[in-house]
Write a protein that binds this ligand. Structure first.
Ligand code: NDP
Ligand code: MG
Length: 387
């Protein structure tokens, strides 16, 4: 039959679970054939049973002995370790890979999916931030479908406009939970404060990135790669209501926007259905109930991560890889109360300052740069704790 056969990498996360919901709602159009989780084996086994998948992977091998795995249906193939993702994407029964892994750990899976010629539904923005120079030349038009809501919006605003140059991209941003705060007010924020995000319910890493605005900085770099537009043509726009998901401005002054409910199932589903549209996976917006839409510019001096990402994106080469790795280490430390909210930007800045730029040429090289930036930031963190 003509169902799209999908593999969901990171099926136990916020995006992964919403993708499984989309697959359940459209079981006449989608078939889930493979799943991965890092350590949540109970949730993985439950999803494998519900969706009758052929193959599951546990990427953190220390969970290989979890007794719950014995409850997988007979005949389910079981893989372990980080390499398992690359083995899933090349399976003959997989047409489309949703990469919903968090962090640079998703890079190899994106790379192998593009090389295999299959559709890549990409939530893992870190893949493009780190490896955009290596990944983009592998992608044929329409092969890589962004799941990040802003990038899905931009992608949709570009459909049918392939011959028209982009004048500017308006990348919308909710402003995060600490919109309007001063630098001093930010310094005292705890992990618990930051995990209470207003608009979207997301995994812990992107929730912190949304609070520091590093998320928007990463998204600007993601957009540069996806749409071939330089940094200065991508303007961050505060849109507090999160109803406009982004806009594209053309040479003639026309601005095209994509709007809709603040629900990730819409861009997830579009990455599967493109170029078609299927029934809505969530409730629709009634515009009569939206009193107003507000716009503003971000405060890049207070939210320094946005400025650091701009610097890394303009420098290019291996700088975005360093930005991302240092940020992953710093966010992890913040979540464990090992540094303050404002230390995140300081740690990222130190790593960028210490790095010597190279052209980004291969996955192996990026893995080495990533490892260097992680160890540099871990040392900087210890120095911070002593001071
Ligand atoms: P979560 O933390 O909720 O989920 C992450 C998933 O990745 C889990 O399935 C987790 O497994 C798995 N995982 C964690 N570490 C590794 C690793 N080292 N190797 C392989 N798999 C791993 O994240 P989100 O769903 O929020 O985000 C996923 C991606 O989507 C991120 O790149 C994020 O930036 C992007 N995104 C998310 C949005 C959202 O609304 N959440 C919006 C736009 C983009 P386990 O649960 O077993 O630990
Ligand atoms: Mg986004």
């Amino acid at each position: 039959d003509s169902k799209l056969r999908v593999a969901i990498l990171g099926c136990t996360g916020s995006i992964g679970r919403q993708a499984l919901d989309v697959c359940a709602q459209h079981s006449d159009l989608l078939e889930v054939v493979a799943l991965s989780a890092h350590g949540k084996t109970k949730e993985l086994v439950d999803a494998a049973r519900t969706h009758h998948v052929a193959c599951v992977a546990v990427t953190d091998s220390s969970h290989a002995t979890d007794p719950i795995l014995a409850e997988l249906p007979k005949g389910t193939e079981l893989l372990f370790g980080a390499d398992a993702l690359a083995r899933i994407v090349v399976r003959d029964d997989v047409d489309c890979v949703l990469n919903a892994v968090v962090g640079a750990a998703g890079l190899t899976a994106s790379y192998e999916t593009l090389r295999s010629g299959k559709r890549l539904a990409l939530a893992n923005k870190e893949s493009l931030v780190v490896g955009g120079d290596v990944l983009m030349p592998l992608a044929r038009p329409g092969q890589m479908l962004p799941v990040d809501s802003e990038h899905s919006a931009i992608f949709q605003c570009l459909v049918g406009e392939e011959r028209n140059p982009i004048h500017a991209i308006w990348l919308t941003c909710s402003g995060g939970p600490f919109y309007g705060r001063t630098h001093d007010e930010l310094a005292g924020i705890t992990a618990a404060d930051a995990l209470r995000h207003p608009t979207w319910s997301m995994g812990p890493k992107i929730t912190i990135d949304s609070a520091t605005l590093m998320n928007k900085g990463l998204e600007r770099i993601e957009a540069m790669h996806l749409f071939g537009v330089p940094m200065e043509q991508i303007t961050v726009l505060i849109q507090r209501e999160s109803k406009i998901h982004s806009m594209v401005e053309y040479e003639d002054g026309s601005v095209i926007a994509q709007l809709g409910a603040s629900d990730m199932r819409i861009p997830i589903q579009y990455a599967f259905s493109y170029p078609n549209r299927w029934d809505a996976p969530c409730s629709r917006v009634d515009f009569r109930e939206i009193a107003s839409l507000s716009f503003g510019a971000p405060d890049m001096e207070t939210f320094r991560c946005l400025a650091l990402a701009e610097r890394a994106g303009i420098e290019g080469g291996t700088y975005p890889c360093v930005l991302n790795a240092a940020n992953e280490v710093a966010v992890h430390a913040f979540l464990n109360d090992e540094c303050s909210f404002t230390d995140i930007a300081c740690l990222v800045e130190r790593a960028l300052d210490a790095h010597v730029r190279e052209e980004a040429e291969s996955i192996e090289q990026l893995r080495d740069v990533d490892a260097w930036a992680r160890s540099f930031t871990a040392h900087a963190l210890k120095a911070l704790a002593r001071s």
